[in-house]
Write a protein that binds this ligand. Structure first.
Ligand code: ADP
Ligand code: ZN
Ligand code: ZN
Length: 724
């Protein structure tokens, strides 16, 4: 009886596929194979080598070609991926497809990873030390003085470096190599700050657990010195010859962090995120697999990076919802980081100034060890927070007199102010004053946002766009009024009020290009007054030492949401945005403009801080048995016709095993019942016991796949959904 290969193929089906081994070569679990499928061929990953086939072996097809002599995915990754596919109800092949960079999912030989590295020659080092050379050459010498760099890193950090490299190499000051030099030259210890007692304790606690699995939650606001803790720990990991993986929620955070890591650690920092070219991404992934990449910084999908010499995994801003993939394979990178750390036998450090309630509950139950950074090093006092009661105020484009006065005082002192509003565009509603008509997206049943600069109405849910009408389409009146404020309108109002001060708007519209965000903030001089207007994007990234006033406009919307996580999100947002004020030596001030000055969440947050507010929210969740004290699975369905959605969800209910230890909510309309012309409904399963829920999910999923009504809808199962 020949062995049978069980292969995961990148298809949304919850099964593996059996093939006969290829004519040539020895197959391994974790190797890629090219197999016949349907009328074409596909690349899959060997998941198991079994003696027995699930169907008669005379019907099995043979693998066309073995693509890897040695496993591409090691045993740990294979186990972790199998676990992840099972837990998040993914198709096995989809989990593997998420783990592998795109170009490694093709039937091509692996790209060579011995690529391009540059370092100083001894005479290059003396030229640098003597301060010789100017301009681009000098910048390149300085960059390499901290240690060798890959071409990719140089391109990210020093545009136009190649011309300088050519000149300097001709002069014998630089040399090029194919492999990364393994030695590292950290900056002299004198340049690293002396760690505070709290930082020291955190480093000691995690450092004592290197070589074993232990989760830690490092709770410290932005600016409290978490990154210094990461750096000290990564240094220890490097000294042991091991690898460190640092996850960040957004690429926007990456450039500054890369610079800091590399300067301090003196090693090449591999960056893995979705904006890389596919070739670069594959090479970085392969360098991690080869163990030559020692420090890997990446966003969500970097959690799948191979770490043959793993030493430590860090998840920065662990509360950030960007870690959850919201389509296809719906995994959570933070949770997966924990699973990997356990499999690898290394500590995992979750850092946040506003930890998720899930992580706080894990810390409370003793599953995670808590570490705290309470003091802000170097900074003066924590920012002073104040509520502005908007009721009965005369507003200038949504800005209260108290807010405008505070901005005026700030810029008069030569300092910077940030006006935060989490809505792009000019105004969220365009209204006819004569007849009450308002512009609405017919495919979503939601108001269209007015974008005045582009003279367009845009649906923020489905991206439908139309030209701004000159007159009311309903009554013909020309008196169309913009209702409410978006960042574009606030920018206009602030420009009018403060014509002599630069006003910078930061939202998805003004930062469409890659790196535009960093560049925009980079134009801010530390010693000049300025006003920033922007969305959530401004909550993080780039340190702004001259920013002393943060004014939040329109926080009320977060107080009214139906999502039970809205309070947690609002508390996190307020604390994160407020944390931008007063980072350096100057004291900061935070204003919250609201119509509900007595709201208990806002009051509690201001009086007692995030930790206390989070404890209160956790107590509420416990009482009404919401996550993290219960577990949820959401079945979402949408279709062009409402009947199709209703029929499918009714069948889905009927397909549930009878009287299980779970609660069922729905079928009910989704929070947005119509989106892009599709009707949407959902069904929520909830259970106190995770194993009870998981015990029935796979069979239910298979039952759903077999339903005829399932073919007329788009549907998905979301385990631990973070959006209801
Ligand atoms: P976080 O990662 O929590 O936002 P950082 O580690 O970036 O905080 O620290 C904020 C600022 O304080 C940085 O400029 C950092 O260099 C500085 N800093 C951190 N720890 C210390 C320390 N022990 N002594 C002096 N400065 C420090
Ligand atoms: Zn009208
Ligand atoms: Zn729409």
């Amino acid at each position: 009886m020949p062995a049978v290969l069980r292969v995961a193929l990148p298809l949304p089906l919850p099964t593996l596929f059996d093939y006969l081994p290829p004519a040539a070569g020895e197959s391994h679990v974790g190797s890629r194979v090219l197999v016949p499928f349907g009328r074409g061929k596909r690349v899959g990953v060997v998941v198991a080598i079994d003696a027995e086939a699930t169907i008669g072996s005379h019907r099995l097809k043979q693998v066309v070609r073995l693509l890897d002599d040695a496993p591409l995915l090691d045993a740990e990754l294979m186990r972790t991926l199998a676990w992840a596919a099972d837990y998040w109800l993914g198709a096995p092949g989809e989990a593997y497809a998420n783990a592998l960079p795109l170009s490694l999912r093709e039937a091509r030989p692996l790209p060579a990873i011995g690529d391009e590295y540059w370092s100083l020659t001894p005479s290059g080092r003396s030229t640098h030390d003597a301060g010789g050379r100017r301009g681009g050459s000098q910048a390149l010498l300085a960059a390499l003085a901290a240690g060798a760099s890959s071409a990719q890193e140089l391109t990210e950090g020093l545009p136009g470096w190649r011309a300088a490299a050519r000149r300097l190499a001709e002069a014998g000051l630089l040399e090029r190599s194919e492999r990364p030099p393994l030695d590292h030259h950290p900056l002299p210890a004198s340049l690293a700050p002396q760690l505070s007692d709290e930082q020291h304790q955190a480093v000691a606690a995690v450092g004592a657990c290197l070589g074993q699995y232990q989760p830690f939650l490092l709770d410290g606001v932005t600016g409290s010195g978490k990154t210094e803790v990461y750096l000290a720990l990564i240094e220890q990991v490097l000294a042991q010859g091991r690898q460190a993986l640092l996850l960040v929620p957004e690429i926007g955070l990456a450039p500054q962090t890369v610079r800091r890591l590399r300067e301090r650690l003196g090693v090449i920092v591999e960056v893995l995120h979705s904006n890389l070219s596919e070739g670069d991404r594959a090479r970085a992934w392969l360098r991690a697999r080869a163990g030559t990449a020692r420090v890997i910084l990446g966003t969500r999908s970097a959690v799948f990076t191979p770490l043959p010499q793993a030493g430590l995994i860090i998840v920065d801003e662990e509360h950030d919802s960007a870690y959850k993939q919201q389509e296809g394979f719906r995994y959570h990178a933070r949770d997966l980081a924990l699973v990997r750390a356990r499999a690898l036998g290394v500590p995992v450090l979750l850092g946040s100034g506003t930890p998720s309630l899930e992580s706080l509950a894990n810390a409370e139950s003793g599953r995670y060890r808590s570490l705290h950074l309470r003091a802000r090093p170097g900074a003066t006092r924590p920012p002073q927070v104040q509520i502005i009661d908007m009721r009965a105020q005369r507003l200038e484009h949504g800005l209260s007199p108290a807010l405008l006065t505070a901005v005026a005082e700030t810029v008069a002192r030569g300092e910077q102010a940030l006006v935060f509003r989490n809505r792009r565009g000019y105004a969220p509603v365009l209204l006819c004053h004569s007849c009450g008509w308002h512009a609405e997206c017919s495919r979503c049943d939601r108001p269209l946002t007015l974008h005045a600069g582009r003279r367009q109405l845009i649906c923020h849910h489905c991206d439908y766009r139309q030209r701004l009408p000159d007159a009311c389409p309903s009554c013909g009146a020309t008196e169309l009024k913009a209702q409410g404020q978006g960042t574009e309108r606030l920018e206009e109002a602030l420009v009018t009020q403060f014509p002599q001060v630069p006003v910078l708007r930061v939202d998805r519209e003004t930062t469409r290009r890659r790196d535009a965000f960093e560049q925009l903030l980079g134009t801010l001089r530390d010693d000049q007054p300025a006003i920033l207007v922007g969305t959530q994007m401004l909550a993080k990234g780039h340190d702004l030492p001259n920013l002393t006033l943060v004014a939040m406009v329109g926080v009320d919307e977060g107080l009214h949401s139906v999502d039970f996580r809205a309070s947690e999100r609002l508390a996190q947002l307020v604390v994160q945005v407020a944390g931008r004020a007063g980072r350096a030596r100057k004291p900061g001030r935070v204003l919250l403009q609201t119509h509900q000055p007595d709201h208990p969440l806002l009051r509690g947050l201001l009086a007692h801080g995030y930790a206390a507010a989070a404890r209160g929210l956790l107590a509420e969740r416990r009482q009404i048995q919401l996550p993290p004290y219960s577990h949820q699975v959401l079945l979402r369905a949408d279709a062009g016709l409402r009947e199709h959605v209703d029929a499918f969800l009714a069948d889905a209910c009927a397909a549930l095993p009878p009287d299980g230890a779970w609660q069922l909510a729905g079928p009910m309309p989704a929070p947005m019942p119509l989106r892009a012309g599709r009707h949407r409904s959902q069904l929520l399963l909830e259970a106190v016991s995770r194993s009870v829920l998981h015990g029935m999910l796979r069979s239910w999923q298979l039952a759903l796949l077999a339903l005829p009504s399932a073919r007329r809808v788009r549907w998905s199962l979301d385990v631990d959904p973070i959006d209801l």
